[in-house]
Design a protein around this ligand. Structure first.
Ligand code: SF4
Length: 442
């Protein structure tokens, strides 16, 4: 085998999986691998899987089937499964798909090089432990390659909330917060490599309570204020939050920290107190609406984003109407919505399920409302001046595309702009899913 070995990673699911795939690629870089974007010339294929949606595991098995011919042609090809399906299914994956050489859970990515070596020696490699050692410690040795202007940075993992529909507490484990000095070190490194915007990630990011550099325990707000000190870091975002962990200091930071962007993703899932209770969300629709009021009092122009599940077991038309009423009351800029789907091992999966057609009909109504709100929020930007971080060239010559402070896609025709540049932009037009603007003279 001449030249560096090639690694093909396919990533499914959330931003944290995107972040993890980058870390795994870096770890395998240390083992002599370079990334390839096609499985055809790979020496190792890694599927980084998501367990959030129905039949997630079945999709992985059918995806693996696609690589059988590659494996037949190239017996030395190693195939691995990582991510939340790996954590949930473990050895079952290799029993059902014997061509799989390696299965690794989200907490063991730092052991990937040794697992790969074990598989190269012909043994099956399985690791779905929750090791005591901090994987990030081992994953610290990062390449010096330049990066694009935006990056994800995991600061917290796992969840202690146990919502009745969710597998995350079982696949990602208990909440763990990274020490602040490690997060700051990684952030500085990213900025040195060209990053200007960092999105802090966690399944329950606003429950962050990491060891501070002053020996104390830091909240997410305290961490954000420390990141705020980094020269060259222009924007800070965070996701995904739980309403019960929106602390006073985090709400205040939205009002006072200039680098913290005026966009907040705050899932609520339902507007019915009865369903919120059955979901084990541990808050009411009223308390959520009061929280939104406090956040908007701190930052009046903040753009709110939400998550909704329709068709949760036992949801009545009245419960669903309560969800529509809550959405009307909040008036979201963005919202993501899903039909409830059973997740093996979660409490709600044991309950009587609603007919699929009821779920689909309600999802349609909910998405119609959300689409109206999203469009209205975007249209309201016309005539306003916003900050834009340009990330890539647009479809037309001389056009650049970036994201506004409010996370709207904005395109500007100005041949002098470059990737990573930030500018004040006057919005002149609102399109289907993006805004058009012109550079505001300095
Ligand atoms: S808070 Fe989020 S990650 Fe945690 S159990 Fe609930 S839905 Fe899952």
């Amino acid at each position: 085998m001449s030249g560096p070995k090639k690694l093909y990673i396919k990533t499914y699911g959330c931003q944290m999986n995107v972040y993890d795939s980058e870390r795994m690629a870096e770890a395998m870089g240390g083992a002599g691998y370079v990334e390839t974007d096609t499985p055809d010339d790979a020496d190792m294929i890694l599927l980084n899987t998501c367990h959030i949606r129905e039949k997630a595991a079945e999709k992985v098995y059918s995806e693996l089937g696609r690589f059988r011919s590659l494996k037949d042609e190239k017996p030395d090809l190693k195939i691995g499964v990582a991510g939340c399906v790996a954590q949930a299914e473990g050895a079952e994956i290799m029993r059902r798909q014997p061509m799989v050489d390696l299965v690794v859970g989200p907490q063991s990515y730092h052991r990937l090089p040794e697992l790969e070596a074990k598989a190269r020696d012909g043994a099956k490699a399985l690791d779905t432990d929750f090791p005591v050692e901090d994987k990030f410690d081992t994953l610290r040795h990062r390449p010096r390659a330049r990066r694009g202007p935006t990056a994800f940075l995991t600061v917290q993992e796992g969840c202690d909330k146990f919502c009745a529909f969710c597998v995350v507490p079982y696949t990602r484990g208990a909440e763990v917060s990274r020490p602040a000095d490690r997060v700051l070190e990684e952030a500085r490194d990213l900025v040195e490599r060209g990053v200007r915007e960092i999105t802090l990630l966690g399944q329950n990011v606003n429950a962050y309570h990491g060891a501070g550099t002053d020996g104390g325990e830091w909240s997410l707000a305290r961490l954000i204020w420390a990141l705020n000190e980094i020269d060259g870091l222009e924007r800070i975002r965070f996701t995904t939050s739980h309403p019960n962990d929106m602390t006073d200091d985090l709400i205040a930071a939205h009002g006072e920290c200039d680098k913290l962007m005026p966009y907040l993703h705050l899932p609520v899932q339902s507007g019915s107190d009865r369903i919120l209770k059955r979901m084990n969300r541990a808050h009411t629709a009223e308390s959520y609406l009061r929280l939104i009021e406090r956040i908007r009092a701190a930052r009046p122009d903040i753009l709110m984003s939400g998550d909704f599940i329709v068709g949760f077991p036992e949801e009545t038309e009245a419960d669903f109407q309560a969800t529509l009423d809550l959405i009307e009351a909040v008036n979201y800029g963005y919202a993501f919505s899903f039909k409830y789907s059973t997740r093996p091992g979660t409490p709600a999966a044991e309950r009587d399920q609603l007919p699929e057609e009821v779920k689909s009909e309600r999802l349609q109504r909910l998405q119609a409302l959300i689409t109206r709100q999203q469009r209205a929020a975007q249209d309201a930007m016309v005539g306003r001046e916003v900050g834009v971080l340009f990330e890539k060239p647009g479809r037309f010559a001389g056009q650049m595309v970036g994201k506004s402070d409010y996370l709207h896609a904005v395109h500007v025709s100005d041949a002098n702009l470059s990737i990573g540049e930030m500018a004040r932009v006057e919005i002149v037009e609102s399109g289907a899913n993006s805004l058009a603007g012109r550079i505001k003279a300095a």
